[in-house]
Ligand binder design. Sequence first.
Ligand SMILES: C[S@@+](CC[C@H](N)C(=O)[O-])C[C@H]1O[C@@H](n2cnc3c(N)ncnc32)[C@H](O)[C@@H]1O
Length: 224
Amino acid sequence: MSTATLQKKLFRIASRPRKYFEHPAVIHWKEFRALSDDELFGGTCEKRVLELGSGWGEFAVEWARSHRDQQIVAMEIKPERVVSTLKKADKLGLDNLRILPVNFSWFLTELFHPNTFDIMFVNFPDPWPKKRHWKHRLIQADFPQKAYQLMRGNGLLHIATDHGPYSRRILQRFRQYPDLWKSRMAEPGYSLVRPEGIPETRFERIQSGMGFQPRFMQWERIHE
Ligand SMILES: C[S@@+](CC[C@H](N)C(=O)[O-])C[C@H]1O[C@@H](n2cnc3c(N)ncnc32)[C@H](O)[C@@H]1O
């Protein structure tokens, strides 16, 4: 199957409407083209934020609640987690959080125009610890370039994981691009303490409770 045929097939799956698409905070990707600012944010805002793999939404909801002048787009694929996030946002009456229920391993740079986001969060991405599953990890060799393309200015990219080998691999990937990204963390490139102003996620709480040590990495996008 050619790449174009596969993309068409995956797009048909990704754009298939679901019941929760009726909620105004859900972004429905209906055509195979990058989403416009209006479709993504529904207006102008101080800062544009993207969270990849937002889970049950505690982080995105807390970020939206405490940054009312920013717009956050949360990408999550599991329907029950999307619905749970929508309920939390509705309870607080938030109008600055939107959900994009698309598989980010299938589509990422196709969804957004270059230079769209000021901040990007990747909180506890699935580590896929077995070597034969590494191909499923979000942070592949080209991720620093993809993230650079999606973000703008001196944007902030924050990645947290409690999986030591994955954190080392992530650091290795970013060290390949010293012209694109500057780490905000001292050697060894991560902090064991959650940076100030960054909310705790559900996964962090669970994993920390079981004795796993989260590692926090942050980079600044290099842009004159
Ligand atoms: C380990 S959980 C972390 C959830 C949340 N960030 C937290 O820290 O509580 C990873 C999340 O990423 C989502 N996810 C994994 N692969 C995805 C993909 N390809 N596209 C969209 N979401 C994905 C999963 O459904 C899950 O909710």
